[in-house]
Design a protein around this ligand. Structure first.
Ligand SMILES: [Zn+2]
Length: 201
């Protein structure tokens, strides 16, 4: 798909081999470009750097499966499932469970108080929003945090606490990926991380 983006991330990981987010982003870009073997290598590296990164297990299992390495993919899915569950990372866990089922294996039964969380089931008081990220009903931010359609969406669906968490994480993304907002491509990378972190997609 996007060779320039791949080259940018590749350069970044070569310059700083311990850059977890760099390897993760390179893996994602390679996965989108259907370069599954190399994507898998990136996610393996991410897990070497941080063995609690459940999203990396999920994407590694997908990459291994797409590369035709089904037994490896199942092993990764089992391992990642446990880690994702113990950390409360619902989305990667459900993704890994779906993958295990695809291989004909029923994932372990799990107790899930969090599952009752999202959406309209929660009663919102007047003037409150249900936050897409944490599921709580809270008063919204006083105004949209930045201009444009995405800013409106954040205002309508993200609570002030989660937004503050993103500001911290967003700074990390900018620093670790060395984003330069003069470059529109970098802006898109930033927005993609924002949408994922805030579960806007
Ligand atoms: Zn929230």
């Amino acid at each position: 798909m996007d060779d320039a983006r791949i080259a940018q991330f590749r350069k970044m990981t070569e310059a700083d081999p311990a850059n977890e987010l760099g390897h993760f982003s390179l893996g994602q870009a390679l996965l989108e470009a259907k370069q599954y073997k190399e994507a898998a290598t990136c996610f393996e590296r991410v897990i070497e750097l941080n063995d609690q990164n459940s999203k990396a297990y999920h994407l590694l299992a997908l990459a291994q499966n797409a590369a035709g390495e089904r037994s490896k993919a199942l092993g990764t899915a089992r391992l990642g499932f446990d880690i994702a569950h113990s950390r409360g990372d619902i989305r990667p866990r459900d993704g890994l469970a779906a993958l295990m089922r695809m291989f004909g294996e029923e994932p372990p039964e799990v107790d899930d108080p969090v599952r009752a969380k999202p959406g309209p089931a929660i009663k919102t008081g007047e003037g409150q929003i249900t936050c897409r990220r944490c599921g709580a009903a809270k008063a919204p931010m006083a105004e949209r945090p930045f201009k444009g359609e995405l800013g409106e969406r954040v205002l309508a669906s993200i609570c002030p606490d989660c937004w503050r968490e993103w500001l911290f994480m967003g700074t990390k993304v900018i620093n670790e990926l060395r984003l330069d907002f003069a470059n529109p491509q970098h802006g898109r990378v930033y927005d993609q991380h924002l949408r994922e972190f805030l579960r806007l997609d």
